[in-house]
Design a protein around this ligand. Structure first.
Ligand SMILES: CC(C)(COP(=O)(O)OP(=O)(O)OC[C@H]1O[C@@H](n2cnc3c(N)ncnc32)[C@H](O)[C@@H]1OP(=O)(O)O)[C@@H](O)C(=O)NCCC(=O)NCCS
Length: 163
């Protein structure tokens, strides 16, 4: 099983056993405020985990569950989603873990993982008002390049060439 470590986090592929904690995070309207589609029902979280599992099997990458090394608590997820023409960096953290540098730390590890996998380019598509997500992208070297509409929401398209 792929496992990454950062200063504070352990990253490993998301699994069915993570669904309950992820549902807790992703049914919080504040957490999902800027995520296209908004709060997710349990079935949507199950579909996200199943899709990631299939992607791990097909491509050797997908979403990572993030757990705190000290407490073992599931902090959220960060990882890669294959979209139409690109590989997207995506992340959702539980609200109590925001603004501690965890999003930046997790994204850096996933970007290095993507580079090692030979992925040529990453995109990220945060809501145009999602300043925290913009900053995570910028702090990891991603640059804005246009916009995209996702489920009726205007998102900034960030890109990072890895090769
Ligand atoms: C977006 C998210 C992952 C950021 O994670 P985080 O761990 O809070 O981010 P960090 O602590 O690494 O902070 C990164 C930068 O954003 C800034 N930031 C964090 N929250 C902010 C906020 N609410 N408003 C403005 N800036 C903010 C930090 O100050 C930091 O910038 P700085 O170093 O210039 O000060 C987290 O807020 C989250 O999970 N949000 C809900 C889900 C979501 O919107 N996901 C993005 C989908 S594209």
């Amino acid at each position: 099983m792929t496992e990454l470590r950062t200063e504070r986090l352990r990253l490993r592929p998301v699994a069915t056993s993570d669904v309950a904690a992820l549902v807790e995070h992703q049914t919080n309207p504040e957490v999902m405020r800027y995520v296209p589609g908004g709060a997710r029902a349990r079935a949507a979280v199950e579909a996200l985990v199943a899709g990631s599992d299939a992607q791990w099997k097909a491509s050797g990458h997908g979403l990572f569950a993030l757990s705190h090394q000290e407490t073992g608590e599931l902090v959220g997820y960060c990882g890669l989603i294959v979209v139409a023409e690109a590989v997207e960096l995506d992340m959702i953290l539980a609200e109590e873990h925001w603004t501690q540098g965890i999003g930046t730390e997790a994204a850096a590890a996933v970007i290095e993982f993507a580079r090692a996998k030979g992925i040529a380019k990453l995109v990220a598509l945060p809501h145009d008002a999602n300043v925290a997500a913009h900053r995570v992208c910028e702090k990891n070297g991603m640059s804005p390049n246009g916009s995209a509409k996702l489920q009726g929401v205007t998102c900034v398209r960030y890109e990072l060439a890895l090769s």
